[in-house]
Unconditional design. Structure first.
Length: 525
């Protein structure tokens, strides 16, 4: 497929540089704060704006951050634009604090005898905590979220010193193939591969007058073209107050399959990810509509501020619909197949802005479904763990709104958990997520069929491993468990009054029925 005319080798080279840095918890330690690794943007921070009664605390924290940055010879500049309400009306999402970016820079003229050192937001945040003598929940790093099918962890798959290391993938001691979680990376064992679909498309019912379909919003890589996903089912390019929601640039992983990579011959790791999710919703809820919002590029990474802005706009669509205001549209279910690990995920040491936004969505009648992650660990991930789970140490208090549903992955037998799936008390349920079959754009990559022997004018060859022109693929990840649950909930909601959101009782009942049919409510055997 041809590349966009605007796309140059400079863009490809710049785009192939992984976003963010890995946090080293041993740097700038502060007593009483135990930190863990995460990925973040070192030259940016996010600062929650003041709430009523908190003006003094906000000003104190901002002074501490400015002082901390200055102690390293860096300058801190708070942008005037509110990330949550950027380009939108000030009336949106009342009660949710605004968020502003703080940019760290090195002065053009360094201090005498000093060499410029690249800014590091972690060091600034920790030193500011030391200055104020305690937590600073209004200030946070700007994290890098990941769209995460199996194998995309930015600290493994994209590191050029892992994939070809003779002591990992190609080590002959490992026998005929990968072992452990890496097993799911192999086509035929769960890795992405073309599939031939021979059944009929899901059947869509007709609507009665004054009815509407349930809507599932998907914040992901967008949605590509597919016969199952026409514009009558999937809304692409949504706007709020005339402003596009999410990313609109040329680096679209649902249109161009191989934007990044050093002549690797492979389709980008997340190309078609959003289309695949939309296809799962199409299968589990044929009568539902999909609102596809692109927040990630072809590397599958999402800046936290970009995510927050898109999330705020989607929630605002639902708020306006619920209150009968102009420009609203229903969002019955919100699917978030992405996440990150917070460096200090305990009470008082992280900003609650994301939790408050999702809580607002749930209070407005939107069921929130999040993937648990694919690192085979029990470390809580955000946003999947942002609820009052049993034994939670995150300081979140249980509420009476619709639930946040965090979803891990089952193997195809649905009798065991996928080895790659994150687990723990913060994972509310498990759904099919390994070797799932769904839709894909008609992509082709640089890898060729192994053997070709044409005969009688026919092109005859073995299977081309990255020719997806058949429109279907098998793939694995908790990314695909979440839309299974989201779709099942939407299906149970059924047809709804055209001018009204689903009632909390109906939505809660739908969630309850879906969870009752899945582990841990349904025993594995």
């Amino acid at each position: 497929m041809a590349q966009p005319e605007k796309w140059s080798w400079q863009d490809r080279a710049e785009g192939s540089i992984p976003r963010g840095s890995a946090l080293d918890p041993s740097v700038e330690p502060v007593e009483g704060i135990r930190a863990f690794p995460t990925a973040y943007l070192p030259d940016r921070m996010l600062i929650s704006e003041r709430k009523d009664g908190e003006n003094g605390a906000y000003d104190r924290d901002l002074r501490a951050l400015t002082q901390a940055a200055g102690s390293f010879g860096w300058e801190l500049r708070v942008e005037s634009e509110d990330v949550v309400r950027a380009g939108l009306t000030e009336r949106m999402l009342p009660g949710i604090p605004g968020v502003r970016r703080a940019i760290l820079t090195t002065p053009d003229i360094p201090r005498e005898g000093e060499s410029p050192v690249p800014p590091d937001a972690w060091r600034v945040l920790q030193r500011a905590r030391r200055i104020v003598g305690g937590p600073m929940p209004r200030a946070s790093l700007e994290h890098v979220l990941a769209i995460d099918p199996v194998g995309l962890n930015p600290f493994t798959r994209t590191n050029p010193f892992t994939r070809t290391n003779p002591f990992t993938r190609t080590n002959p001691v490992r026998g005929a193939g990968a072992v452990g979680s890496d097993d799911y990376l192999e086509p035929g064992r769960g890795g992405r591969q073309p599939i031939c679909w021979i059944g009929a498309a899901p059947v869509r019912s007709r609507l009665a007058r004054k009815q509407r379909r349930a809507v599932v919003a998907v914040l992901d890589t967008g949605c590509g073209e597919h016969d199952w996903l026409p514009d009558s089912i999937v809304t692409r390019g949504a706007e709020l107050d005339g402003v596009p929601i999410g990313l609109t640039g040329d680096d679209d992983p649902e249109r161009y399959p191989d934007l990044y990579g050093q002549l690797d011959g492979e389709i980008d790791a997340v190309a078609g990810h959003g289309t695949f999710i939309a296809g799962i919703i199409r299968q589990t809820a044929p009568d539902a509509d999909v609102l596809a919002i692109r927040v990630a590029n072809s590397l599958g990474v999402v800046d936290e501020s970009t995510f927050l802005q898109a999330l705020a706009a989607v929630i605002e669509l639902q708020r306006r619909f619920v209150h009968g205001e102009d420009g609203g549209r229903p969002i019955d279910v919100l699917n978030l197949s992405l996440g990150y690990y917070h460096e200090t995920p305990i009470d008082g040491h992280f900003s609650l802005v994301l939790h408050e936004m999702l809580q607002t969505a749930r209070s407005l009648g939107t069921v929130v479904v999040c993937s648990a992650g694919n690192d085979a660990i029990d470390r809580p991930s955000f946003p999947a763990s942002l609820w009052a789970w049993p034994g939670a140490d995150n300081g979140i208090v249980a509420d009476k709104h619709l639930p946040l549903v965090s979803v891990g992955a089952l193997n195809p037998s649905q009798r065991s958990l996928a080895l790659f799936s994150n687990v723990g008390p913060w994972v509310r349920t498990y759904a099919p997520g390994a070797m799932v079959v769904s839709t894909t754009p008609a992509f082709t990559g640089g890898t060729q069929a192994v053997t070709r022997a044409d005969v009688d004018g026919f092109e005859r060859q073995t299977v081309d491993p990255d020719d997806y022109r058949g429109g279907f693929a098998a793939w694995s990840g908790t990314s695909f468990s979440a839309p299974y649950v989201a779709g099942r909930v939407a299906a149970l909601l059924g047809a709804l009054p055209a001018d009204a959101a689903a009632t909390d009782a109906a939505a809660a009942k739908a969630v309850e029925e879906v969870l009752a049919a899945l582990p841990p409510d349904r025993p594995l055997s």
